[in-house]
Structures are given as C-alpha cells and as structure tokens.
Design a binder for this molecule. Structure first.
Ligand SMILES: O=C(O)CCC(=O)C(=O)O
Length: 262
C-alpha cells in the first residue's frame, strides 16, 4: 500500500482511491440492488419520507451484508471483506471489523443528506469508525455526489443545527468548522472514498433529470474497539465470523439523528 493514501488520510481525513471495482462488478451490483428494491423493502431505513417522494420508492437500505439469502446481500458481504478494500482499511486504522453496510439509490429528484459525522451514530470508542463509500454510478455535484470537509476530523465542532428539509431527508446539520470548506467530490463508478468517522460530510439533492446516484457504503471500526452502538452488533471479522462489542450509549443507523442524541 502506497504511503500516499495513508498520508492523505492523515492530513485530510479523506482519501479517494480510483478504479477499485471494474465495470462488470459495478453493473452486477447495480442490477442486484435495482431488482431487490423493486421487489422488497425489508432492508429499508424508515426515514419518514412522504408518499410520492422519490425516496419512498428508492429508500436507502441498511445492513444488506446480513442478508446473504439474496444476491445483493452476498455481494455486499463479499465486498465488505474484499482485500482491495480491506487492505486500505487496515492501512488506515489497523486490523478492523465490518460494522455496517448501506446502499443509497438516490434517484433523480431525491433529496440529499445534510452534513454530519458518522461516529455520532456508530459511537465507536476509543477510536472512531472509517467509511468506504463506493460509487456505483459516476457521481458529481449534479446528481448529488458526496461533499466532504477535509481536515474536519481534527477540530472541535459546534452543535448540530436544523437542516433545510427541502434539501435533506435528515433533519439536523453539523455546521462547517470555521476556516474550513466543503469540497465536492467527483467519482467514477468503481472508485472508493475512504473517510474518518469525524469528517463532516453530506450530499445535496440529485438535481439531474435521469442520473441515479447509487452508492454502496461500508463502515469499519478498529478490532480493538471497546464499544459501539447496539445497532451495529454483531460485527464481521475478516474471516467472516461474527463478534459483538460492549454496547455504547445512544447511536443508531447512520443519519438517524433523533435517536442518536443522548
Ligand atoms: O451518500 C450520501 O448521500 C450520504 C451518505 C453518508 O453520508 C453516510 O453514509 O454517512
């Protein structure tokens, strides 16, 4: 592993690795999740969106890796532990456990997710979590690609504020720390963005007419973690065995602020 990836992560809390998945892998993931969402919403997070909202038809899915009875779930489990991703994770945070998988469909017209920090939800201690955000489509500002605040993993943060519900399906927003800026990512399908659990990040609406912005997201925590929010137990070891960690107070699925506040 090139030291550059670790150095960029150390400096910015976020690093993009291009071309981790090839086109056929991306197409297979896309097809598996589109066919699952057309038939079954049992993995959907209840984000309380109204009927008619694009996210009612295409809700985000959580923990698909636990559903190895369906192809989408098997693909998630395989990829969560795939060396191309896990080797980077291990370089950045040491030996790790898989804590969460998520799939966002984000169709045209869908709202985004206001700025937040993932460890608010995972509550991993004593270190934070790490996200691997895998682009399943080409993503940019127009279709609501992820925006990140480099360096925000190093600063004290202000309290969350109400989010603009016309733009975000979650209700609370972490302000951009003083002197820092939001940077819009541009990713090709198959690229992976790794980011620290304290990095402020989020996304704007998908304002395109016809470009889905699908993403498969994994969260990892160091194997040496001493606790995590209950929602993430059991975790997955690199050899596929599961394990549990002592339960931290608060937390919940990524983005569910109301339940996350102690
Ligand atoms: O993909 C998005 O729009 C937001 C995802 C995110 O922020 C997260 O997984 O924590």
């Amino acid at each position: 592993m090139s030291s550059t990836v670790a150095e960029v992560y150390e400096r910015d809390g976020v690093v993009q690795v291009p071309g981790v998945l090839d086109r056929s892998e991306v197409e297979r993931l896309r097809a598996a999740y589109m066919s699952l969402v057309a038939a079954d919403h049992s993995l959907a997070v209840d984000d309380g969106v109204p009927d008619g909202d694009p996210l009612a038809r295409y809700p985000r899915f959580v923990h698909p890796h636990r559903r190895t009875d369906v192809e989408a779930g098997r693909l998630a489990m395989d990829l969560m532990l795939d060396g191309r991703i896990l080797d980077v994770v291990t370089t950045l945070i040491g030996p790790a456990l898989g804590a969460q998988s998520m799939f966002y469909f984000k169709p045209p017209g869908a709202r985004g997710q206001a700025l937040h920090q993932d460890n608010t939800f995972l509550r991993a201690h004593p270190e934070t979590c790490l996200a691997a955000w895998i682009a399943i489509d080409d993503v940019d500002a127009e279709n609501g690609g992820l925006a990140v605040v480099p360096g925000s993993h190093r600063v004290e943060l202000a309290c969350p504020e109400p989010a603009d519900l016309a733009e975000s399906f979650t209700s609370v927003e972490v302000p951009v720390p003083a002197g820092m800026q939001t940077v819009q990512t541009r990713m090709a399908a198959g690229d992976v963005l790794f980011f620290h659990g304290s990095v402020v990040h989020g996304s704007r609406p998908n304002s395109s007419i016809d470009r889905f912005r699908r993403a498969l997201i994994f969260h990892y925590v160091p194997e040496a973690s001493t606790e995590i929010a209950e929602f993430y137990n059991p975790l997955v070891r690199p050899d596929r065995r599961t394990c549990t960690l002592p339960v931290a107070v608060g937390g919940g699925p990524c983005g569910e602020y109301a339940d996350a506040e102690p």
